[in-house]
Design a protein around this ligand. Sequence first.
Ligand SMILES: *Cc1c(COP(=O)(O)O)cnc(C)c1O
Length: 502
Amino acid sequence: MNYNSTTDNSIVVSAAQAISQGISADGGLFVPMEIPKYSEADFREMLKMDYRGRAKKIIGDYLSDFSKEEVADCVDNAYTAKKFGGENPAPIVKADFNGNEINILELWHGPTSAFKDMALQILPYFLTKSLAKKYKGKEAVILVATSGDTGKAALEGFKDVDGTRIIVFYPQNGVSPMQKRQMTTQEGKNVDVCAIEGNFDDAQTGVKKIFTTQEISEKLRENDKLFSSANSINWGRLLPQIVYYVSAYCELVNNGTINFGDEVNVAVPTGNFGNILASYYAMLMGLPIKKFICASNSNNVLTDFINTGVYNKERKFYTTISPSMDILVSSNLERLLYILSEGDDKKVKSYMTALKTDGSYTADSSIMEKLTEKFFGGFCDEAATRKTIKDIYSQSSYLSDTHTAVAINVYGQYVEKTGDKTPVILASTASPYKFSKSVLSSLIPEEKICESEFDMVAQLNELTGTAVPEPLAQLKNKEVRFSSVINSDDMSKYVLERLGIE
Ligand SMILES: *Cc1c(COP(=O)(O)O)cnc(C)c1O
């Protein structure tokens, strides 16, 4: 199976090349040229498999230039019981919210307690195998600008992976205390972490500049290195996310929640549109998903788009208690536009150009007809997020993080509006202990909350009796390894220095 660019159908590459490059040379995103369709027999076969078995089948069908053994090696090394706290890396927990039963798909049992582990634990295996096929003998240098979750998940995924180096930049004052601690204590001999004076955009702009500076790429080439990307537009990050929707469906059949063939809805707390798009690919492969409930926080650019057809990024940016969804340009939406326009690369290109130059575009009626048939868009603000955390905890003792709470709230809105009680799979994307302060302050008065981050973790644990993820608990005793803070103008110098090729 080969891959196209969303903005130029004449570009055709193998899976290994799509993963190595991350983004197409014309600036478009790589999309599979055909989508594997599963029959009833295929799905029935998967009912009998465990998570890793399902992952091997689905991933293998998309990475046709990987051998069966290579795919198995990726999956078996990534989704171990040790790394994900159990045989099923993505367990389902049932909870009640305002009289509706919700199947909560917990995607945060990996090493960094956020759902990004589901993709970033396997991406390094995809990438090193892809490089061996396309760029033999080269060392991949992964540069990441992060607002918190991606950086840590990428560090954990790439630490001590042969043939790779990873350098993460984060805004000095733009991540939560827990996220900062997670990154500055990172272990591994091929990792570097550095704070930037400035905000996330400064870090991101700095990384892009390094990527596109000819002179630096030249230097890397001379030293048998090349830049690669671990961010969410890489196909290698989207693909593993398809697996957990198919697997969750199988689990619900196996535990008697639904009958084989029944429709389900999915609800996803959305930022860059990767997670929800993966569920859409699962539907295209034959999984009976009726509605996609796309939940946003106050940065509700996607809600407006789904409801009006106008995507407008020129709007106020809100810093919220669900920071991983504080996004105004949802990159992976580009792939959905490509699918819904039936591969109209020129149309997608015109929308993306308009977004860059005018800050907005309007999708045509043929796209919007298909979009609104399957997608429901909704959002909730800070007060509603906090109330949802409190309500679902008091109604069913389920402790939700701030991002998941946004999806729970919007799912509630959906049921109220439509009366549609189709069983739902709701993606839970982070451990509540990653955002202890916001979660605690949703449950108890602000003045009762402890001062330090680790005291808050203990307090939340005492209050609710829920388990603290082991890697977060251990951070308290870890030594800080990285304390550099630099000006964003000095990022390229830092990179070359760390690579030893100034
Ligand atoms: C990244 C992230 C999201 C958003 O996911 P997308 O795939 O970007 O839509 C939601 N919640 C958490 C906790 C995240 O880390």
